[in-house]
Design a protein around this ligand. Structure first.
Ligand code: CUA
Length: 343
């Protein structure tokens, strides 16, 4: 008996430790519980409202249950309990109370659905978001910018995303900013939110879309107005002319332009760099050096990270549409210098 009690205590202590380890350690970069945009705040408010009703129901039901279990438990020699049928007052009560609670939950839920339906206000920043296996393309028609995976938006200015897919169904989700929304080929869904805090907010494709679904990450960079304007300026500027590149970067440009065998192994077959190439199958690389990650947030955009990606994209991202090209180490070094210089 003592042994059993000891084991139970150990099990309970281990369980509590596990909950503490997995549940209570920060930071939580993809938590919906610390919203930084109006959309996220609407969802969070609704969640908290419903949560307290659930707490009240739990407390009342459990308290009644415990009371009844103790008060009416079987005792030795006690007589058979009396049988009771029907109690109009009780039955009206336990029908009305849940009905009222459901109305109190339904009304704000429906309000929130309409409030977050993606209708943009006048003057919102429009961005076309296109899902690909497995990366995100962003186009800013207002500025003529095309970029990938890292969405820059302006603090305090509403952003209106028009979401569509090039292939299968994806789902755009940056939890701290707002709810997720499906990204479907042949259809344009809308998602609008106004970010209130400067920072980098992590996101993730939230609809299973094939082998590397888990590696279809995204980042939303919320910039202060002047930083956003500076970013737009940089993205719109033409890349440095070949003559001004270092010898190594120029070799990189040559490697980038090289038509390989098979042709689909050439960088220019899939990637666009302003004034250099026009590929549209892969991310636009015109200013890739200004991004913090490569491969849809799979690797940091450092010389080592980029080299690892170029050496074997399929190992980083299973099923990657970018093949193992078989670049030499010299080509990789030169390409890293060239691509990181594209800012
Ligand atoms: Cu795209 Cu999952």
């Amino acid at each position: 008996m003592a042994l059993l009690r000891g084991q139970t205590q150990t099990a309970l202590a281990l369980g509590a430790l596990m909950m503490w380890v997995v549940g209570c350690q920060g930071p939580f970069p993809q938590s919906t519980l610390a919203p930084t945009a109006d959309f996220g705040a609407h969802i969070d408010d609704l969640f908290r409202w419903i949560f307290w009703f659930a707490v009240a129901v739990f407390v009342v039901v459990e308290a009644l249950l415990v009371y009844v279990l103790i008060r009416y438990r079987a005792r030795p020699g006690a007589p058979e309990p009396e049988r009771v049928h029907g109690n109009t007052l009780l039955e009206i009560g336990w029908t009305m109370v849940p009905a009222i609670i459901l109305i109190l939950i339904a009304a704000p839920t429906i309000q929130t659905i309409f409030r977050t339906d993606g209708t943009p206000a006048e003057g919102a920043l429009e961005v076309d978001v296109i899902g690909h296996q497995w990366w995100w393309e962003y186009r800013y028609p207002e500025f003529g910018i095309t970029t990938a995976n890292e969405l820059h938006v302006q603090q305090g200015r509403q952003v209106s995303l028009r979401l569509t897919s090039q292939d299968v169904i994806h789902s755009f989700w940056a939890p701290r900013l707002g709810g997720k929304r499906d990204v479907i080929a042949g259809r344009t869904n809308r998602l609008a939110f106004t970010p209130d805090s400067v920072g980098v907010f992590l996101g993730q494709c939230a609809e299973f879309c094939g082998e590397s679904h888990a590696k279809m990450g995204l980042r939303v960079m919320v910039d202060a107005p002047e930083d956003f304007a500076a970013w737009v300026e940089r993205e719109r500027s033409a890349p440095a002319p070949a003559e001004s590149l270092s010898a190594l970067a120029r070799q990189g440009l040559e490697a980038f332009r090289l038509v390989r065998e098979p042709a689909s192994n050439s960088c220019i077959a899939c990637h666009a760099v302003q004034a250099v190439s026009f590929g549209v199958l892969g991310p636009n690389l015109s200013h890739v050096g200004g991004r913090t990650t490569v491969g849809a947030a799979a690797l940091p955009n450092t010389p080592a990270g980029l080299a690892q990606w170029l050496r074997d994209p399929v190992a980083v991202k299973p099923g990657s549409k970018m093949p193992r090209i078989g670049l030499t180490e010299d080509e990789i070094t030169a390409l890293v210098a060239y691509l990181q210089g594209l800012r």
